[in-house]
Design a binder for this molecule. Structure first.
Ligand code: AP5
Length: 210
């Protein structure tokens, strides 16, 4: 079984949704840089204060901040822990930094069309407390506006407004798409079509990992 897994794919491709399910099923830790940064912004930490402006516009947070954050997280894990990296690495510099600390066994790339990505992101709702993710049409909460898991009020992420989503897609193409070739050359890339039912996609994800 692969134990160090990088989830690749554009914003809205389902990295969080599939990563959460995979983490629960395998007992792996999911490290999401997006969740960590949003928490830092909410808590007003020095990292959060620096990251907010970049995140609000859909730009990437500078490499040095992210690399330091992840180095500390990885160093704090118990040896042998299975890890799912969600949203990291996002640049070749980040991928090199990760590769210098651990061996990536699998880079799993979720492939989804732009039109569907915009539809998913603009109708996404997120829990500020437990980071659970919903969609107004595809995965609505049982009670409108309330998180099924912890009962908090759901919100729309600032960067899920259409204009910012379009910028995030441009940023993805320019900075993160090169990682598809990067991991392909290392022989660890697998691409899965990320369109369709969440459970069917998860079956494919599971087959690729096990
Ligand atoms: P981050 O939070 O990582 O955002 P992202 O990569 O843009 O990914 P998303 O969380 O938007 O989407 P996802 O692929 O996880 O999809 P999800 O499962 O939620 O990063 C945010 C910002 O932080 C960045 O813009 C940047 O500023 C900064 N940042 C983070 N990491 C960084 C790094 N390494 N370097 C520099 N800066 C960094 O699904 C989306 C929606 O679709 C949901 O509503 C879901 O319910 C729905 N859905 C999922 N699957 C399906 C399906 N199969 N069918 C229908 N709907 C579905």
């Amino acid at each position: 079984m692969k134990t160090n897994i990088v989830l690749l794919g554009p914003p809205g491709s389902g990295k969080g949704t599939q990563g959460e399910k995979l983490g629960q099923e395998l007992g792996f830790v999911r490290l999401s840089t997006g969740d960590m940064l949003r928490e830092a912004v909410r808590n007003g930490t020095p990292l959060g204060l620096k990251a907010k402006e970049y995140m609000d516009s859909g730009a990437l947070v500078p490499n040095d901040l992210i690399i330091n954050l992840m180095k500390e997280k990885i160093a704090s894990l118990e040896e042998g822990t299975g890890v799912i990296f969600d949203g990291f690495p996002r640049t070749v510099e980040q991928a090199d930094a990760l590769g210098s600390q651990i061996d990536v066994d699998l880079a799993l790339n979720l492939d989804v069309d732009d039109q569907e990505l915009v539809n998913r992101l603009t109708k996404r709702r997120t829990c500020p407390k437990c980071n659970a993710v919903y969609h107004l049409a595809y995965k609505p909460p049982v009670k409108e506006g309330i998180c099924d898991k912890c009962g908090s009020d759901l919100y729309q992420r600032d960067d899920d407004r259409e204009e910012t989503v379009l910028n995030r897609l441009r940023v993805y193409r320019d900075n993160t798409m090169p990682l598809i070739e990067y991991y392909s050359k290392k022989g660890t890339l697998k691409t899965i079509r990320g369109l369709g039912n969440i459970e069917e996609i998860f079956d494919e994800v599971r087959k690729t990992v096990l």
